[in-house]
Write a protein that binds this ligand. Structure first.
Ligand code: NDP
Length: 329
């Protein structure tokens, strides 16, 4: 069987970091043949076509076909997975309303094109920012596609949080689990260490031995470091994070398809879990079972966590109200 994967903004940096790993089988597995559809705006077609030539030169045995197009109907035709990466970046002096409107002009038509052309089991992962609200817009425009097929990426935030925790505790990152991201993929996100485990044991005691006052370390060091990691990468590297974002997108789709061993994070449509208003695309602790994200329910939420989740959700509500005002949802 061959899986069709559509990548929008495929001529961009994250697209370039994604394509070769997908073709190598990192996303769907070493036995799954893939057909890639690269969607770009006209200005990005050359970069996408160049990437397609390099894909050909990679001689990937799993890669059956690559097509480059600027037509969403062609790009999403028969798509089993859509990775919506291309988005309008915030320009100098651009207000948030302008940014949301510009992205509405991208994600609304893409949602409609997915509904009209994609495979019936299509799964959509939104990477382009503002990712949660872009996913909300796409889902609202994709009539007939169940909203649970849409998710926005918060896996990079979670990976960053797990990596920070592992570094602080001096343990391998692979044994650090249950560090969910709540809310928006923005500076208001809440990386939550209160359920974290290390090698299956609660991380709280180990953390207290190392940092002393855990709440002030969480407040003053951990959360700002995770939330501002993107800016740190830009300051050090001179441009935004790319390979780690692509890696997170690959892990997100891989887990969605193949299932999770433990919790991870994804922004999915709320049905009112944890007091998050129904219909918002918000990040939660999730598991993937039988190809579906399921929110981990029944977790105890402390006062500080509640305040932080509410603050991030308030931002999502503002974004939703803004796009509602623009008639986009
Ligand atoms: P990137 O490939 O670096 O980024 C693409 C999107 O991913 C941006 O919205 C970016 O957000 C977002 N993103 C999410 N998480 C991260 C992260 N951790 N680090 C960095 N970025 C993150 O951008 P490029 O400018 O290189 O490429 C974008 C491409 O999309 C261009 O080729 C453009 O032509 C194309 N495009 C295609 C469209 C389409 O297919 N219809 C529509 C619009 C653009 P942020 O801006 O906040 O960094």
């Amino acid at each position: 069987m061959t899986t069709t994967i559509t990548i929008t903004g495929a001529g961009g940096q994250i697209g370039y970091a994604l394509l070769f790993r997908i073709a190598a089988g990192d996303m769907l597995g070493a036995d799954e043949k893939v057909r890639l559809r690269l969607l770009e705006i006209p200005a990005g077609l050359g970069a996408a076509e160049g990437a397609a030539l390099e894909l050909q030169d990679g001689a990937f045995s799993l890669l059956e076909h690559v097509e480059v197009t600027d037509d969403p109907a062609v790009a999403f035709d028969g798509a089993d997975h859509a990775l919506l990466v291309g988005a309008r970046p915030r320009g100098p002096g651009m207000e948030r309303g302008d940014l949301l409107a510009a992205n509405g002009g991208i994600f609304g038509p893409q949602g409609a094109a997915i509904a009209a052309n994609a495979a019936s089991g299509v799964r959509i992962t939104v990477v382009g920012n503002p990712a949660n609200t872009n996913a909300l817009i796409a889902a609202a425009s994709a009539e007939g596609v169940p909203t649970e097929r849409f998710a926005a990426l918060t896996r990079l935030d979670e990976n960053r949080a797990r990596a920070q925790l592992a570094q602080t505790l001096g343990v391998p990152v692979g044994i650090v689990q249950r560090v969910p991201i709540w809310g928006n993929h923005s500076a208001t996100q809440f990386p939550d260490v209160s359920h974290a485990t290390v090698g299956g044991e609660p991380a709280a005691d180990a953390l207290a031995r190392i940092v002393g006052d855990v709440p002030s370390w969480v407040d003053g060091t951990f959360i700002p470091r995770v939330a501002k990691r993107g800016a740190e990468i830009i300051a050090v590297r001179g441009s935004s994070s790319v390979a780690s974002a692509a890696n997170a997108a690959i892990e997100h789709v891989r887990d969605w398809v193949h299932g999770t061993q433990d919790w991870t994070s994804a922004a999915v449509v709320s049905r009112g879990e944890y007091g998050v208003p129904e219909g918002l695309v918000s990040s939660f602790p999730v598991e993937a079972v039988d190809g579906e994200w399921r929110i981990v329910e029944g977790l105890e939420i402390g006062d500080d966590a509640r305040r932080r989740i509410d603050a991030s959700v308030a931002e999502l509500i503002e974004e939703r109200d803004a796009v509602r005002g623009l008639g986009l949802v």
